[in-house]
Design a protein around this ligand. Sequence first.
Ligand code: HAM
Length: 449
Amino acid sequence: MDPLQRPRGTRDFSPEENDRRRWALARLEETVARFGYREVATPTFEDLELFTRKSGEGVRKQLYEFTDKGGRALTLRPELTAPTMRYYFSELAQRPKPLKLYYFGNCFRYEEPQSGRYREFFQFGVELLGADTPEANAEVVAVAVACLKALGLSGFKLRVGHIGILKGVIGRLIPDVSARTAVYGTIDKKMAGLATTLSTAGVRNQTAIFLEAFAGTTFAAVLQADNWKVRLQDDINGLVKALESDYGDAAMPAIDDVQRAYADLRKMIGSLKPYGLDEFEIDYGVVRGLDYYSGMVFEVHHPELGAESQICGGGAYTLHELFGAKPTGSIGFAIGFDRTLLALEREGHMPALAPSPLKAVVVPVTDDAREEAVRLATQLRRAGVACDVDLMQRNLRKCLDYANALGIPFAVLLGAKEMASGQATVKDLRSGLQETLERAMVAARILAG
Ligand code: HAM
């Protein structure tokens, strides 16, 4: 590898890109703050085991792991849920509940880079801790949607499901972990041939056929019309029937799991109604790539992004076992910050931001005005005006070219006349109009626009 090349799958961000990223981050932060979330920050690298014990094969294969000089097995973080939970259980667990935390940070996954898929990427996410009610689940989904809407994004699709339905069945019918992982992979990627994969793993005929159709089922839920209740009930009944006919009484534990998950999902969807969120899909096939999910799960996709269309994912999960702690309600999501900005650009909804934050450039027209120009610039900055002062001993023409190239709206000129009168000339570079003012009035003139 050429040491002077940027590592594969990473990016540099220009000042303009950073302006856009800061703008978007501010919108997300404002949104979650209105729901009571406060920011936490955790280290960029963690103990390897934090992720290998519970996050599952998918993430494990992608870890940027390394051994430090003290022989410790560490990894760059692939996500921020496990670190946040580590922090919670070690220091925050005594705080009043529900505890609402949010984070923004870089994550690292050793994946094949392509459009929207990077080795270093950024997540903005929230974790709601200490509550596991249907209302808490519904609120987390509503927060995710509110975040995306706050950015001005509109063409995204929300899919809600429950991990307990498919995992309840598959977990009971397929004891072998690697066979199970293959099945979840097929479901997650919505690949064809699920019935065959299930049969190979030992699942009986009718159940395998039913599960293939079931895992591929998505339907639009119109909350106000309550249509989803009938559909959900019918689909669950079909699954229970297939299990009964293939397995008889032996299917009871799986059926119990399915019924419990179904009741949970039904209540959670009902709780979404007052959030005015009536356009989403119910999708039984949302199984998520990480292994810690235990209840409601959801994903947001943006059709304009092609293969890497998922801009947000989350759900209810358990990680307390890792820390030897008591079960605690935990629900969260992470927005893929980079992909979301890509989606915003594709929609044409990225706002046009000012090309430069500078409002003025102070130009000493004569050499003996240089010191005074710096003094005036200092005065303007104290008054809140972002300004530049010529640092290159350029003539007036070149200074104005510089201001125009950066889109700076005002030039403040100090020539022989202004030096003699103690005034300054403010030139509006957009209109070409200029006026000579007392120096103390210059800041107010520029701030007025
Ligand atoms: P995740 O689905 O693995 O979930 O990642 C969340 C989001 O990060 C994805 O929807 C995607 O937009 C973005 N993302 C993932 N990998 C990449 C990549 N290589 N390049 C660009 N963007 C990527 C989690 O990480 C969970 N911790 C979410 C969560 C929070 N669940 C509960 N709380």
